[in-house]
Design a protein around this ligand. Structure first.
Ligand code: PAF
Length: 282
Protein backbone atom coordinates (compact mmCIF):
# COMPACT_ATOMS: atom_id res chain seq x y z
CA UNK A 1 0.00 0.00 0.00
CA UNK A 2 1.32 3.45 -0.94
CA UNK A 3 1.06 6.49 1.30
CA UNK A 4 1.25 9.83 -0.49
CA UNK A 5 1.01 13.30 1.00
CA UNK A 6 1.46 15.44 -2.12
CA UNK A 7 -1.03 15.94 -4.95
CA UNK A 8 1.46 15.58 -7.84
CA UNK A 9 2.53 11.95 -7.22
CA UNK A 10 -1.10 11.05 -6.50
CA UNK A 11 -2.14 12.40 -9.88
CA UNK A 12 0.77 10.56 -11.52
CA UNK A 13 0.02 7.19 -9.91
CA UNK A 14 -3.68 7.38 -10.78
CA UNK A 15 -2.87 8.38 -14.34
CA UNK A 16 -0.59 5.33 -14.58
CA UNK A 17 -3.35 3.02 -13.38
CA UNK A 18 -5.83 4.49 -15.83
CA UNK A 19 -3.39 4.06 -18.71
CA UNK A 20 -3.08 0.39 -17.69
CA UNK A 21 -6.85 0.11 -18.07
CA UNK A 22 -7.51 -0.18 -14.35
CA UNK A 23 -10.67 1.26 -12.82
CA UNK A 24 -10.22 3.46 -9.74
CA UNK A 25 -12.55 3.71 -6.75
CA UNK A 26 -12.15 6.60 -4.31
CA UNK A 27 -13.40 6.76 -0.72
CA UNK A 28 -12.85 10.25 0.70
CA UNK A 29 -12.63 10.30 4.53
CA UNK A 30 -11.50 12.51 7.36
CA UNK A 31 -9.79 9.58 9.07
CA UNK A 32 -10.20 8.12 12.56
CA UNK A 33 -11.65 5.19 10.69
CA UNK A 34 -14.40 3.01 12.08
CA UNK A 35 -16.33 -0.02 10.86
CA UNK A 36 -18.59 2.21 8.74
CA UNK A 37 -15.60 3.46 6.73
CA UNK A 38 -14.26 -0.07 6.44
CA UNK A 39 -17.55 -1.27 5.01
CA UNK A 40 -17.25 1.48 2.38
CA UNK A 41 -13.72 0.30 1.54
CA UNK A 42 -14.85 -3.32 1.27
CA UNK A 43 -17.65 -2.35 -1.09
CA UNK A 44 -15.48 0.03 -3.12
CA UNK A 45 -12.94 -2.76 -3.56
CA UNK A 46 -15.55 -4.75 -5.48
CA UNK A 47 -16.24 -1.87 -7.88
CA UNK A 48 -12.78 -1.19 -9.36
CA UNK A 49 -9.30 -2.63 -9.76
CA UNK A 50 -7.65 0.00 -7.53
CA UNK A 51 -8.86 1.60 -4.31
CA UNK A 52 -7.72 5.05 -3.20
CA UNK A 53 -8.65 6.38 0.25
CA UNK A 54 -8.09 10.00 1.21
CA UNK A 55 -7.61 10.94 4.85
CA UNK A 56 -7.89 14.68 5.28
CA UNK A 57 -9.56 16.71 8.00
CA UNK A 58 -10.67 19.46 5.65
CA UNK A 59 -10.47 22.83 7.43
CA UNK A 60 -12.66 24.43 4.76
CA UNK A 61 -15.76 22.54 5.94
CA UNK A 62 -15.48 23.61 9.59
CA UNK A 63 -16.92 26.94 10.72
CA UNK A 64 -15.50 29.20 13.42
CA UNK A 65 -16.07 27.63 16.86
CA UNK A 66 -16.69 24.15 15.41
CA UNK A 67 -14.70 21.05 16.35
CA UNK A 68 -11.80 21.23 13.85
CA UNK A 69 -9.24 21.10 16.70
CA UNK A 70 -11.12 18.42 18.61
CA UNK A 71 -11.75 16.25 15.54
CA UNK A 72 -10.11 12.88 16.41
CA UNK A 73 -7.03 11.84 14.46
CA UNK A 74 -4.89 8.69 14.46
CA UNK A 75 -3.06 8.23 11.15
CA UNK A 76 -0.89 5.21 12.15
CA UNK A 77 -3.99 3.26 13.19
CA UNK A 78 -5.87 4.38 10.07
CA UNK A 79 -3.03 3.15 7.87
CA UNK A 80 -3.09 -0.26 9.52
CA UNK A 81 -6.83 -0.53 8.90
CA UNK A 82 -6.44 0.56 5.29
CA UNK A 83 -3.72 -2.03 4.76
CA UNK A 84 -5.94 -4.74 6.27
CA UNK A 85 -8.83 -3.78 3.98
CA UNK A 86 -6.97 -3.93 0.69
CA UNK A 87 -6.54 -0.20 0.08
CA UNK A 88 -3.97 0.38 -2.67
CA UNK A 89 -3.16 4.01 -1.96
CA UNK A 90 -3.78 6.37 0.95
CA UNK A 91 -3.60 10.08 0.26
CA UNK A 92 -3.10 11.98 3.52
CA UNK A 93 -2.10 15.56 2.75
CA UNK A 94 -1.53 18.47 5.13
CA UNK A 95 -3.86 21.45 4.59
CA UNK A 96 -1.01 23.39 2.96
CA UNK A 97 -0.71 20.71 0.25
CA UNK A 98 -4.43 20.89 -0.54
CA UNK A 99 -5.02 24.65 -0.47
CA UNK A 100 -2.81 27.31 -2.00
CA UNK A 101 -2.40 30.30 0.33
CA UNK A 102 -4.46 32.34 -2.17
CA UNK A 103 -7.01 29.57 -2.92
CA UNK A 104 -10.02 31.36 -4.39
CA UNK A 105 -12.23 28.84 -6.26
CA UNK A 106 -15.21 27.35 -4.46
CA UNK A 107 -18.02 25.01 -5.45
CA UNK A 108 -21.41 25.43 -3.88
CA UNK A 109 -24.83 23.80 -4.38
CA UNK A 110 -26.93 26.28 -2.42
CA UNK A 111 -30.35 24.87 -3.41
CA UNK A 112 -29.53 21.64 -1.59
CA UNK A 113 -27.08 22.96 0.94
CA UNK A 114 -28.97 25.80 2.59
CA UNK A 115 -31.26 23.71 4.84
CA UNK A 116 -30.72 20.90 7.37
CA UNK A 117 -27.03 20.81 8.34
CA UNK A 118 -26.29 23.74 6.05
CA UNK A 119 -28.57 26.00 8.10
CA UNK A 120 -26.59 25.50 11.28
CA UNK A 121 -23.22 25.06 9.55
CA UNK A 122 -23.02 27.86 6.96
CA UNK A 123 -20.26 27.23 4.44
CA UNK A 124 -19.92 23.56 5.44
CA UNK A 125 -21.09 22.08 2.16
CA UNK A 126 -19.13 24.62 0.15
CA UNK A 127 -16.04 23.23 1.88
CA UNK A 128 -17.14 19.63 1.30
CA UNK A 129 -17.93 20.17 -2.40
CA UNK A 130 -14.68 21.99 -3.02
CA UNK A 131 -12.45 19.37 -1.41
CA UNK A 132 -14.30 16.47 -3.03
CA UNK A 133 -14.08 18.18 -6.45
CA UNK A 134 -10.34 18.65 -5.88
CA UNK A 135 -9.97 14.97 -4.97
CA UNK A 136 -11.95 14.00 -8.07
CA UNK A 137 -9.64 16.22 -10.15
CA UNK A 138 -6.52 14.59 -8.72
CA UNK A 139 -7.64 10.95 -8.68
CA UNK A 140 -10.16 11.08 -11.56
CA UNK A 141 -11.88 8.02 -10.09
CA UNK A 142 -14.45 5.98 -11.98
CA UNK A 143 -16.50 5.57 -8.84
CA UNK A 144 -16.62 7.27 -5.42
CA UNK A 145 -18.30 5.77 -2.35
CA UNK A 146 -19.92 7.72 0.52
CA UNK A 147 -21.99 6.77 3.57
CA UNK A 148 -25.70 7.52 3.80
CA UNK A 149 -25.39 8.86 7.36
CA UNK A 150 -24.39 12.14 5.70
CA UNK A 151 -27.43 11.92 3.42
CA UNK A 152 -27.48 15.63 2.62
CA UNK A 153 -23.79 15.52 1.71
CA UNK A 154 -24.42 12.55 -0.57
CA UNK A 155 -27.36 14.30 -2.31
CA UNK A 156 -25.26 17.44 -2.80
CA UNK A 157 -22.26 15.54 -4.15
CA UNK A 158 -24.48 13.62 -6.56
CA UNK A 159 -25.90 16.91 -7.84
CA UNK A 160 -22.46 18.54 -8.09
CA UNK A 161 -21.10 15.56 -10.02
CA UNK A 162 -24.08 15.51 -12.37
CA UNK A 163 -24.26 19.25 -12.98
CA UNK A 164 -20.51 19.68 -13.52
CA UNK A 165 -20.24 16.51 -15.67
CA UNK A 166 -17.44 15.19 -13.48
CA UNK A 167 -17.85 11.68 -14.88
CA UNK A 168 -17.71 9.90 -11.52
CA UNK A 169 -20.31 7.34 -10.45
CA UNK A 170 -21.43 8.22 -6.93
CA UNK A 171 -22.38 5.25 -4.75
CA UNK A 172 -24.14 5.61 -1.39
CA UNK A 173 -23.93 2.89 1.25
CA UNK A 174 -26.24 2.20 4.22
CA UNK A 175 -25.53 3.59 7.68
CA UNK A 176 -23.37 1.31 9.80
CA UNK A 177 -24.65 1.08 13.40
CA UNK A 178 -23.49 -0.06 16.82
CA UNK A 179 -25.51 -3.03 18.16
CA UNK A 180 -27.58 -0.56 20.23
CA UNK A 181 -28.48 1.41 17.10
CA UNK A 182 -26.16 4.42 17.40
CA UNK A 183 -24.88 5.41 13.95
CA UNK A 184 -21.12 5.04 13.75
CA UNK A 185 -19.28 8.34 13.62
CA UNK A 186 -15.69 9.36 14.30
CA UNK A 187 -17.17 11.94 16.68
CA UNK A 188 -18.72 9.26 18.96
CA UNK A 189 -15.35 9.00 20.72
CA UNK A 190 -15.89 12.53 22.07
CA UNK A 191 -19.11 11.51 23.91
CA UNK A 192 -18.92 11.16 27.70
CA UNK A 193 -19.98 7.71 29.01
CA UNK A 194 -23.38 9.16 30.00
CA UNK A 195 -23.89 10.77 26.61
CA UNK A 196 -22.86 7.56 24.87
CA UNK A 197 -25.32 5.56 26.99
CA UNK A 198 -28.20 7.86 26.03
CA UNK A 199 -27.29 8.37 22.35
CA UNK A 200 -29.21 5.31 20.98
CA UNK A 201 -32.41 7.22 21.84
CA UNK A 202 -31.89 9.10 18.57
CA UNK A 203 -32.26 5.95 16.50
CA UNK A 204 -35.15 4.76 18.69
CA UNK A 205 -36.94 8.05 17.95
CA UNK A 206 -36.49 7.52 14.21
CA UNK A 207 -37.93 4.01 14.50
CA UNK A 208 -40.91 5.31 16.50
CA UNK A 209 -41.66 7.73 13.70
CA UNK A 210 -41.35 4.96 11.13
CA UNK A 211 -43.80 2.86 13.12
CA UNK A 212 -46.30 5.70 13.35
CA UNK A 213 -45.98 6.41 9.62
CA UNK A 214 -46.53 2.75 8.80
CA UNK A 215 -49.61 2.82 11.01
CA UNK A 216 -51.04 5.59 8.85
CA UNK A 217 -49.87 8.89 10.35
CA UNK A 218 -48.66 10.79 7.28
CA UNK A 219 -48.62 14.32 8.64
CA UNK A 220 -45.00 15.47 8.99
CA UNK A 221 -45.78 17.92 11.81
CA UNK A 222 -47.44 15.19 13.89
CA UNK A 223 -44.60 12.76 13.17
CA UNK A 224 -42.04 15.41 14.05
CA UNK A 225 -43.75 15.87 17.39
CA UNK A 226 -43.38 12.15 18.10
CA UNK A 227 -39.64 12.45 17.60
CA UNK A 228 -39.31 15.63 19.68
CA UNK A 229 -41.34 14.21 22.58
CA UNK A 230 -39.36 10.99 22.56
CA UNK A 231 -36.07 12.88 22.62
CA UNK A 232 -37.21 15.22 25.39
CA UNK A 233 -38.28 12.24 27.49
CA UNK A 234 -35.37 9.84 26.86
CA UNK A 235 -32.56 12.32 26.39
CA UNK A 236 -33.47 15.49 28.28
CA UNK A 237 -29.88 16.75 28.17
CA UNK A 238 -29.88 16.73 24.36
CA UNK A 239 -30.42 19.84 22.29
CA UNK A 240 -32.27 19.20 19.04
CA UNK A 241 -30.69 21.09 16.16
CA UNK A 242 -33.31 19.96 13.65
CA UNK A 243 -35.69 17.12 12.80
CA UNK A 244 -37.04 17.60 9.29
CA UNK A 245 -38.92 15.62 6.67
CA UNK A 246 -37.59 16.23 3.17
CA UNK A 247 -37.73 14.84 -0.34
CA UNK A 248 -34.83 12.33 -0.47
CA UNK A 249 -33.19 13.86 -3.56
CA UNK A 250 -34.37 17.46 -3.81
CA UNK A 251 -34.20 17.89 -0.01
CA UNK A 252 -37.29 20.12 -0.17
CA UNK A 253 -39.63 20.02 2.86
CA UNK A 254 -42.27 17.28 2.85
CA UNK A 255 -45.48 18.21 4.69
CA UNK A 256 -47.17 14.83 4.12
CA UNK A 257 -45.57 11.46 3.54
CA UNK A 258 -47.49 10.56 0.42
CA UNK A 259 -44.22 9.84 -1.40
CA UNK A 260 -40.99 8.51 0.12
CA UNK A 261 -39.47 11.07 2.48
CA UNK A 262 -36.34 11.29 4.54
CA UNK A 263 -36.46 12.18 8.22
CA UNK A 264 -33.09 13.80 8.92
CA UNK A 265 -32.08 14.84 12.43
CA UNK A 266 -29.16 16.52 14.14
CA UNK A 267 -28.79 16.45 17.91
CA UNK A 268 -26.25 18.05 20.21
CA UNK A 269 -25.14 15.89 23.11
CA UNK A 270 -22.90 18.17 25.11
CA UNK A 271 -20.38 19.50 22.62
CA UNK A 272 -20.88 16.65 20.16
CA UNK A 273 -23.28 17.05 17.27
CA UNK A 274 -24.70 13.75 15.99
CA UNK A 275 -26.67 13.27 12.79
CA UNK A 276 -28.88 10.40 11.73
CA UNK A 277 -31.72 9.75 9.29
CA UNK A 278 -34.30 7.27 8.14
CA UNK A 279 -35.94 6.83 4.75
CA UNK A 280 -39.70 6.53 5.19
CA UNK A 281 -41.42 4.64 2.39
CA UNK A 282 -45.05 4.29 3.41
O1 PAF B 1 -17.87 12.78 5.07
C1 PAF B 1 -16.70 13.15 5.27
O2 PAF B 1 -15.93 12.52 6.00
C2 PAF B 1 -16.22 14.44 4.64
O3 PAF B 1 -17.22 15.39 4.58
C3 PAF B 1 -15.57 14.24 3.26
C4 PAF B 1 -16.59 13.69 2.25
C5 PAF B 1 -14.42 13.27 3.38
C6 PAF B 1 -15.05 15.56 2.72
O4 PAF B 1 -14.08 16.10 3.56
Amino acid sequence: MDLLVDPAPLRQQCQKWRSQGLGIALVPTMGFLHAGHLSLFDHARTLAGRLVVSIFVNPAQFGPGEDLDRYPRDLPRDLELCRAHGVDLVFAPEPGAMYHPDHAAWIDVPELGAGLCGASRPGHFRGVCTVVAKLFGLVRPHVAVFGEKDWQQLAILRRMTRDLELGVTIVGRPIFREPDGLALSSRNVNLTPEERAGAPAIRQGLLLVQKAARAGQLDAAALGLIFRRHLAEKLPAARLDYAEFVHPEALTPAARLEAPALLAVAVFLGRVRLIDNILLEV
